[in-house]
Write a protein of this length. Structure first.
Length: 368
């Protein structure tokens, strides 16, 4: 009888153990799944940040803020080589410490990490110590993890996270942090083209307008305040003829005068750039094509009423020709609708292709 009870108790114990193992496995699987969902959500936040109409600096700072908030990291700093020096792209550390934080690639303690791409973890043992790379500060950080960053196996900088207590980062999941590091690299790669575009915007000498690249960076912030906008491109269709038959300096004056007429009628909400050569683009933010067409009809009339005196004429008129030489610009106009979130460059390319393929004598207002 006692033996039977013992056997029953053993069976119950084994059953409970198996049940507990099953429950723990389910909890572990649930936690892993939950972590994957969390990581996917954070990755989605990263992607949403990249797609925003903001500067490269604003995007990287937002990414850093997401890391700090969602992973509960006390300090996070992203440092990137800009071609001449290492610069802090994002950090929540007081700026008085930035000089030290932007020179960690020179610290011997991180040399092996840079060479091997393996993160380096450092910590102090007591509150009275300081980390080796800290020059003048004591209280701020007591442990740190250094992650070198690479694009196509080329070292481009590092990501540093820091804790305020000794050994605070001992148990942090480095697998997750490695995923974040890869995301940071992907983001830096993604915004690299945007940075290039922002840096090559120029002011045109004769029209005083921004170059076309302005539309894809700073200008887009204004454009994307609206769901739809009208994109208009016009070409001074006889500019080449004026350059050849009168003089190039006269053509430059034509560009200046035509731009003055158009610009004087435009709201600050509208983005006006010199697209290329005789082609100019205007984005009427939040305005439909019918309203723009009516407006451009008036602009066209004003422009084509201009009579511009020649500059540095390259030929003498015939003696029996008493007619005064004047440059009279003609413009050919095409427009289309731009929808927020779609490819603005694609719309502009179609407008450009239309103007380039149109008859040189055409000077109308058309729609695509």
């Amino acid at each position: 009888m006692i033996l039977a009870v013992i056997l029953i108790l053993v069976a119950i114990t084994i059953g409970l153990m198996m049940y507990n193992i099953s429950i723990n496995k389910k909890i572990s699987n649930f936690n892993n799944l939950n972590q994957r969902v969390t990581n996917l959500n954070i990755l989605q936040e990263f992607m949403d940040t990249i797609s925003k109409t903001a500067s490269v600096e604003e995007k990287i700072n937002q990414i850093n803020n997401i890391i700090i908030e969602r992973y509960q990291v006390k300090y996070s700093t992203i440092v990137v080589y800009d071609g001449t020096k290492y610069v802090i792209k994002a950090s929540n550390v007081d700026e008085k410490h930035w000089e030290a934080l932007s020179s960690l690639q020179s610290e011997p303690m991180f040399a092996e990490s840079i060479q091997t791409s393996v993160p380096k973890y450092v910590t102090v043992e007591s509150e009275n110590e300081r980390l080796p790379y800290q020059k003048v500060e004591f209280a701020r950080a007591k442990c740190a993890m250094f992650f070198p960053l690479y694009i196509d196996n080329v070292y481009i900088g590092y990501w540093l996270i820091e804790g305020g207590k000794p050994h605070e980062l001992d148990s942090i999941d480095t697998t997750i942090l490695d995923v974040i590091r890869n995301n940071i690299v992907s983001i830096l790669r993604t915004v690299e083209n945007q940075k290039i575009i922002e840096s090559i915007v120029r002011d045109d000498k004769y029209s005083s307008l921004k170059s076309a690249e302005y539309l894809y960076g700073e200008g887009r912030k204004t454009i994307d305040h609206y769901t739809t906008s009208t994109v208009c491109m016009y070409r001074i269709s006889n500019l080449e003829q004026i350059n050849e038959e009168i003089s190039r300096k006269t053509g430059d004056r034509v560009v200046t005068r035509v731009t003055e007429v158009v610009k004087s009628n435009l709201s600050n909400e509208y983005i006006f750039v010199r697209y290329m050569g005789p082609k100019f683009a205007i984005v009427f933010s939040g305005v439909d094509k019918e309203a723009v067409k009516s407006f451009m009809e008036q602009i066209k009339e004003q422009v084509e009423d201009l009579e511009i005196e020649p500059v540095d004429v390259e030929f003498e008129p015939e003696d029996d020709d008493d007619e005064e030489i004047l440059a009279r610009p003609k413009i050919n106009i095409i427009m289309s609708t731009y929808y927020k979130g779609t490819a603005l460059e694609g719309v502009l390319k179609k407008l450009e292709e239309y103007l380039d393929s149109a008859d040189k004598n055409e000077n109308e207002i058309n729609e695509l």
